[in-house]
Design a protein around this ligand. Sequence first.
Ligand SMILES: Cc1cc2nc3c(=O)[nH]c(=O)nc-3n(C[C@H](O)[C@H](O)[C@H](O)COP(=O)(O)OP(=O)(O)OC[C@H]3O[C@@H](n4cnc5c(N)ncnc54)[C@H](O)[C@@H]3O)c2cc1C
Length: 403
Amino acid sequence: MSGLIDAAKTLGIPYNDDFNGERQNGVGRYQFTNENGKRCSLADSFLGDALKKVEFHPGSEPNGFGKVVAVDVRSYAHVLNIIWDEENKKENIAIGVKYFCNGTVREAFIAPKGEVILCGGGINSPQILMLSGVGPKENLEANNIKVRKELPVGRNLLDHPSCLFAAKSTIDKIHHWSGGSEVGIIHKANFEGKIPCKEELSDENTDIQICAMPLRPSLIEGLSNIDDNFGGIILLPILNVPSSAGYLELNSSNPFDQPRIHLNFFEKSDDLYRMISSLKLVREILKQPPLSTVYNVKEIGINDEFGQWSIDGDDISDEDWEKFVLERGTTTFHPSGATKMAPESKGGVVNHRLQVYGTKNLRVVDTSIFPYIPTGNTNAPTAMVAWRASRLIIEDYTRKNSL
Ligand SMILES: Cc1cc2nc3c(=O)[nH]c(=O)nc-3n(C[C@H](O)[C@H](O)[C@H](O)COP(=O)(O)OP(=O)(O)OC[C@H]3O[C@@H](n4cnc5c(N)ncnc54)[C@H](O)[C@@H]3O)c2cc1C
């Protein structure tokens, strides 16, 4: 991967030794949430220790919690919908959840002065809300769900579109030329679909990250019959600041039925042209030494035995680039925004304390509350939302207890 860094620097892309530092643009090595060389999830990092603290926290007793079972975690439980207080129908008070576990439907109720906190992720929290009667009237009624609170749940579905470009090397085993870590190139794209100029490459106001990693042929259609030691590199431009937004809606009232997801990638032409701009940059990088010399890197999929794409000469027309992007563009698995935090009059579903409008005892804490998608990967921002939410929950709980 150091060859890639050198190739990018040859084009005037500045080196960046800390993408989490003062500026984000440039080429450099990504930072990871790793432990012992392996990726470490937030659950692995925090949940075990957090549960230990809760179980033995002396302050938990006066509030009525038992010492040992202050937190009861149910694995392999699928939440079906929210249970509402039917005695106070107009107030939409959440009192628990219905869930499916070990072959039966069960119910779990909140502790006194507690609340229901949805954290099913960018797709499933909106789905659970809609299954519980909170969402767009038309879609709920079409699925025979009684509307409790009309809100634009499912709208503003955001994600980072990406478009994979691959190259092979004559060096057989990828391990010969990769230290294993992924490299990033973060840059400002050109809005007309041209290769970014020097000024754009040094602009700190970036909108694309190109994620580089060793090629795993099984990731690419048409290459899956080649074994995974095939040497090569993937360069994946990811549009960090998309203009297009999508939506999701219920397909049915069955909680196990996946919702219909409309990502609307590249609906706005600037998204398309910025992606084309980055792909053109990728091609330029691959032509630079030492990639083109020492590693003898060649594009895959264009004018070769793997290619869906044959072109005359070296240039790909903008028309062909458009087809390329629309055919290969895909998700980066960062769905966000479909229960956005904003004033209700501006399409918000949750307020600044992450509480769902028109309900009581109900919060959403996950990527779906982002009003805008972060200009980068979503795991760390989700952790920040969770941390802030924990403060809000403690504040509200303490306030309720002092009444
Ligand atoms: C393949 C992949 C690669 C990624 N790579 C990166 C990366 O490199 N860097 C990065 O920053 N981000 C990455 N992300 C994104 C990151 O994982 C998410 O942004 C982050 O996990 C979102 O957190 P969340 O709490 O909103 O949702 P999630 O982490 O999805 O948590 C939601 C949880 O709710 C559970 N759930 C859903 N529905 C129900 C239900 N009805 N009942 C009970 N439980 C339910 C799910 O099983 C899940 O455990 C990646 C995502 C994927 C899928």
